[in-house]
Design a protein around this ligand. Structure first.
Ligand SMILES: *[C@@H]1O[C@H](CO)[C@@H](O)[C@H](O)[C@H]1NC(C)=O
Length: 336
């Protein structure tokens, strides 16, 4: 018995000497991380604690230097950062940084590493999938068959819309937007885009004004990041410019679109349809959308493939390894 306790104590001491990483809520790749690297890092799992978050942080995390965060976790606010006085690194499993208080990180000198473009191709696949689903009514047809309506009512009564030849406006021509463009070119779509700055490396027509892009597009695919400039960038007047046959696909962040206005536009057929992987107040989705057959809904799943989860997990480990051995971070995005 005494021997047993002794062994336990030794193991606890060993764990305490490992570099600590605080995790508020586990991202999708966490189970790989935990099973593969618990011998190397001591993960402080805030979500498993009985204590309220602020108490957990103030009693356990005073010396923690590194944090793992994700877009579906709690906001990394100035208030949370204040309870982590030793924090010097945030590794996030998202490409976007909209869940992190960047000003506070700069003030404190906290570096940030992200998912780089690990999921760009998966997210682009999802964007194209959603667009095809809205136009060709795949999910609607699936519901029609499952409800037994094909046998009783005959063929589904509404025609779909061709993808080929459609003018697709890409909002945000970063790594995801470029993959979307590449794919949709293959379907015979005509690509143009809006972004902060014109990209010199691409021949696609550039619109500096998203309203003008919408007026010249049959579909908008939202691939940009969420920040102060892009919040509610897709507002009512942009949607009206897109028009009653126009389709919006959003694989960026919910708040890039004024969601209330979008729901209104969809109900009143001011726009033709929407394929949405992201929402303003996840996991809450406006109930009005549930009955609309011109809308396809997805639970923020564009990055959820085994392939990109494994690639992400390796990138996360590489960042923590580099940080704790004072080497350059592989996917450093904000170097404060
Ligand atoms: C809607 O967005 C467009 C383009 O970003 C902008 O020019 C316009 O002023 C906005 N309209 C409203 C009502 O906010």
């Amino acid at each position: 018995m005494a021997h047993h306790q002794h062994r336990h104590r030794r193991r606890d001491q060993k764990i305490q000497n490992l570099p600590q990483v605080i995790v508020l809520l586990p991202p999708g790749c966490f189970k790989f991380l935990e099973s593969g690297y618990s011998h190397k890092f001591h993960f402080l799992k805030a979500w498993e604690s009985q204590l309220p978050l602020d108490q957990f942080l103030s009693s356990h995390a005073g010396s923690v230097q590194a944090m793992l965060s994700s877009a579906n976790g709690p906001l990394i606010s100035a208030q949370i950062l204040r309870m982590l006085p030793s924090l010097r690194l945030i590794v996030t499993t998202s490409a976007g940084l909209d869940h992190v208080d960047l000003l506070e990180c700069r003030r404190r000198g906290i570096a940030i590493a992200n998912a780089r473009s690990v999921f760009s191709e998966d997210v682009a696949d999802m964007a194209v999938g959603l667009l095809i689903d809205v136009l060709r009514k795949i999910s609607v047809g699936d519901r029609y068959v499952r409800r037994g309506l094909w046998a009783t009512n005959g063929d589904y009564p509404t025609l779909g819309t061709q993808l080929g030849g459609k003018r697709v406006g890409i909002v945000g021509l970063g790594s995801i937007g470029l993959e979307v463009a590449k794919r949709l070119e293959g379907f015979g779509c005509i690509i143009s885009y809006n972004s902060r700055k014109q990209k010199t490396f691409t021949p696609y027509p550039f619109y500096s004004d998203v309203h003008e892009l919408a007026a010249n597009s049959d579909a908008l695919v939202i691939c940009c990041e969420l920040n102060e400039q892009t919040q509610h960038m897709i507002n009512k007047s942009v949607m009206l410019a897109l028009g009653e046959k126009g389709v919006i696909v959003n694989v960026g962040r919910g708040a890039i679109i004024d969601e209330k206005e979008m729901v209104h536009c969809l109900i009143h057929r001011d726009i033709g349809g929407a394929g949405l992987d992201v929402f303003e107040n996840e996991p809450h989705v406006p109930q009005e959308l549930f009955t609309l057959d011109n809308v396809v809904l997805s639970p923020h799943a564009a990055t959820n493939t085994l392939g990109s989860t494994m690639a992400l997990y390796e990138l996360v480990v590489a960042n923590f390894d580099a940080f704790f051995s004072n080497k350059p971070l592989p996917s450093l995005v904000v170097n404060n």
